[in-house]
Write a protein that binds this ligand. Structure first.
Ligand SMILES: [Fe+2]
Length: 286
């Protein structure tokens, strides 16, 4: 797609596109915002490369193209951002100042998930800006949940039709250690979403579960629930539905959190990985 000096280059067959020709040195124009919304709806993940030294304010302006900036992305007790950091910012970072980590989810790999899926209104989208990244590792992998739904085998499609699933914030770390319903019942941050949701912009159906936070299928015994969920996770995470983003410094990326899952690959913990994140307020999924 080309529009004036603006154009979109797909980054693979499944999802993801680079958006080119934007000028981040001044507020985005309505023409640029229309272009960005269209590219986001069409490609689910958009990347602007080389937006040099993008300020937090410019990143917020970019995010406002798509909705209102969300509240703090994580529970307050999990927040490590230093005093004076912009409101609503989260640093996805292992950077240390005076020996203290200044961000969240600092090191290691992370399973596929949907941000804030344990809340009633998960983020509409999430934006990351790469301030400092390692030469290798720490990639972000994305999966297309439209393709995952549309390619479901008939038996799985029938199994999820009309069902809800419980999504839980994992205590004692970001991950869920056990999928047993008893453990999940005690968690305070949890929400049931339909397994199949309809995206309000595209009208397409999305397979709205994820390995990190979806704990159980409503109305099924634990064994059946686990079997069904693991089949859904394996299906939605397959290579054919993925785009893997290898970060470069100054990359600005935004994903649609309603129709994608994302995960992080491991990286050398002695290397700095420092990204600035803002999320966009979501809505009830149905
Ligand atoms: Fe995430």
């Amino acid at each position: 797609m080309a529009s004036g000096g603006l154009h979109v280059t797909p980054l693979g067959d499944a999802l993801g596109a680079e958006v080119c020709g934007l000028d981040f040195s001044k507020p985005l124009t309505s023409h640029e915002r229309d272009f960005l919304r269209r590219a986001w709806t069409d490609h689910l993940v958009i990347v602007a490369r080389g937006a040099q030294e993008l300020s937090a304010d410019a990143q917020i302006d970019f995010c406002k193209t798509f909705g209102e900036i969300g509240g703090r992305a994580r529970p307050v007790e999990a927040r490590h951002e230093p005093a004076g950091a912009p409101a609503d910012v989260m640093y996805v970072s292992n950077k240390r100042v005076g020996g203290r980590i200044i961000g969240s989810i600092p090191d290691g790999e992370m399973e596929f998930h949907i941000d804030q899926s344990y809340t009633e209104r998960p983020a509409r989208g999430t934006s990351l800006y790469a301030i400092e990244v390692p030469d290798e590792g720490g990639d972000t992998m994305f999966g297309n949940l439209y393709l995952a739904y549309e390619s479901l085998p008939d038996d799985l499609r029938r199994a999820v039709e009309g069902r809800g699933a419980l999504n839980v914030y994992g205590h004692g770390g970001y991950g869920i250690q056990s999928r047993s319903a008893n453990d999940m019942g005690a968690a305070t941050r949890k929400h049931v979403h339909p397994i199949v949701c309809t995206h309000p912009d595209s009208g397409r159906k999305t397979l709205f579960v994820n390995r990190l936070m979806t704990a159980s299928v409503e109305g099924l015994p634990p064994d059946e629930s686990d079997d069904l969920l693991f089949r859904l996770f394996d299906h939605q995470e397959q290579e054919a539905f993925r785009y893997t983003h290898k970060w470069r410094q100054s990359d600005l990326l935004l994903w649609d959190n309603r129709c994608t899952v994302h995960a992080r690959t491991d990286f050398d913990p002695s290397k700095t990985r420092h990204l600035r994140r803002f999320s966009i307020q979501g809505h009830v999924m149905n």
